[in-house]
Every structure is written in C-alpha cells, then in structure tokens.
Design a protein around this ligand. Structure first.
Ligand code: SAH
Length: 250
C-alpha cells in the first residue's frame, strides 16, 4: 500500500471567503480533486494543474471508490463536499467503503476530514441568531431514509420544543414532503412561530425570508434552501430571527 493521503474537504456554502485556510491548504497539496460538478466548478481557480474528477449527482459511491483507489495508489486526493464533508456530505460514505476494504488507521493511506462552514452555520448567520439554544437538524430527503422515520423525527423534535433546521426541503421530484412536514409541526406549534428560509447562501441569487409557520409555503423553496423553524421562545426582531439563550437583559 502506498503513502497516499485522502482529504475529505468541506468547501463551505459558496463564496471563497468562506473556504477555510485549512481547506485551501489541503486543495493546494492535492494532486487529484474529486467532487460533484457544480462544487468543483466553484473552486476551479484553485485547481490549476490538478487532475479533476467530476461526477454528476447520484454518483457518490463511484466517486468515493475512485478517490480511495487513487489514494491507495499513493496519490494525494481531496474529495470535496459543499458545507461540511461530515454533515450530509461524503465523509461517512468514504469511511464506510474504507471499512469494507479493511483499511486500518495505523498504516498506509492517511485519511483526514477538513471541516467546512456548514449550511446550518451560513443560514443561521444570515437569519440573525436562531440557533442559540438546543436544535435538531432533519433532512426531508426520503431517497435514503423512509418517510415514516423522517415524520417520526419531525414529530418528536416538535414535541421536544427544539429549534428545527430542515435540510433538503424540496427537489423537482420531492414536493409534498415540506407540505407534510409543516402540517406535523403545526400540530405542536403556533402558526406565528418564526420561520427563516435561506436559499443559495453566499452565492449568486442569495435569498433570505423571515416569515412564520402559517405562511412559509407562500415563498419559493428549492434544492438550495435551508429552513429554520423556531422554538416556543424564538422571536423576530428587525427582520432577524433570534432564539434567546436564557440571559436576562435589563
Ligand atoms: N454538506 C452540507 C449539506 C448538504 S445537504 C452542509 O454541511 O451543510 C444539501 C442541503 O443543504 C440542501 O438541500 C439545502 O437544504 C442545503 N444547502 C446546500 N447549499 C445551500 C446554500 N447555498 N444555501 C442554503 N442551503 C443550502
């Protein structure tokens, strides 16, 4: 086995100013960069002289296998994800395949996750301070998770009065899940509960909406939208969404 290195790099939400120094360093060191086409395009100025392997959406397993094989052959390889690689990104899949291949941490190929600014961070920053107290993140994508599991998690998170971050609210094929999710949450929360929605955070076409549970579906929601539903203490102030931490302010 060679002395290859595999970086699992989070690129952040979009703009280069949110790419960490460490991510930049890992990319500059890499001979091969592997990732979904639209992510790789956004960093193409950092890729000069490197072998770039682009795949389309849905090619995650073959992308991860290819990257591991190249690193096993001794190459320095970065597998890039948007946001953070360890949050609905490529890191888990890569580790699953490594486990299947009998990889051991103490020899040969080195593996390192390079954290990135996740979309929860980006969306929260653009909305104000909605994640100041306990929150959960739930993806509405039922491609890899049964809807019954997702619905149960929404139900319990709503009962627990958590702030709820919703990832993957909608795609062209998946349109009813967000309608159903809103219905579940409405059983436990008032229609006046603050809801923030950020689309294309730190990218061209960025949009921020501050609304409430009653009206959230009146706005455009897409593949690049992150939704934050407040808890019972969350409030709106100057078009921003704030969840108090509990400090007393005089
Ligand atoms: N690895 C990413 C999550 C990818 S899951 C992370 O660390 O955050 C894909 C979901 O992330 C999308 O469906 C959407 O809900 C959210 N997302 C991705 N890019 C976004 C963007 N630029 N603005 C707002 N939300 C985004």
């Amino acid at each position: 086995m060679g002395q290859g290195k595999l970086f699992l790099v989070g690129l952040g939400p979009g703009s280069v100013e949110h790419l960490t120094h460490k991510a930049n360093w890992a990319l500059s060191l890499s001979e091969v960069v592997v990732g979904y086409e639209s992510y790789v395009k956004r960093i193409d100025n950092l890729l000069e002289g490197k072998e770039v392997i682009c795949t389309t959406m849905g090619g995650e397993v073959s992308r991860a296998e290819k990257a591991i094989t190249l690193a096993e052959e001794g190459k320095i390889v970065s597998v890039v994800s948007s946001g953070d690689s360890g949050i609905y990104g490529m890191a888990g899949l890569v580790y699953q395949i490594l486990q299947q291949r009998g990889w051991e941490a103490t020899w040969g190929l080195e593996v390192e996750v390079v954290p990135g600014v996740a979309l929860i961070n980006a969306a929260a920053a653009l909305l104000g301070a909605p994640l100041m107290h306990d929150f959960v993140v739930i993806s509405l994508s039922d491609l890899l998770t049964p809807w019954s599991t997702i619905a149960k998690r929404l139900e319990l998170a709503a009962q627990g009065d958590f702030v709820i971050v919703i990832y993957n609210p909608k795609s062209q094929q998946r349109w009813w899940q967000i309608i159903e999710a809103r219905l579940i949450l409405s059983r436990y929360r008032s229609g006046l509960t603050p809801v923030g929605m950020v689309s294309s955070a730190y990218r061209e076409g960025q949009q921020t909406v501050v609304t409430d549970l009653e009206h959230m579906l009146d706005f455009e929601i897409g593949m690049l939208t992150t939704i934050i539903v407040g808890s019972s203490t969350t409030f709106i102030f100057e078009e921003r969404i704030i969840t108090p931490r509990g400090y007393r302010v005089r």
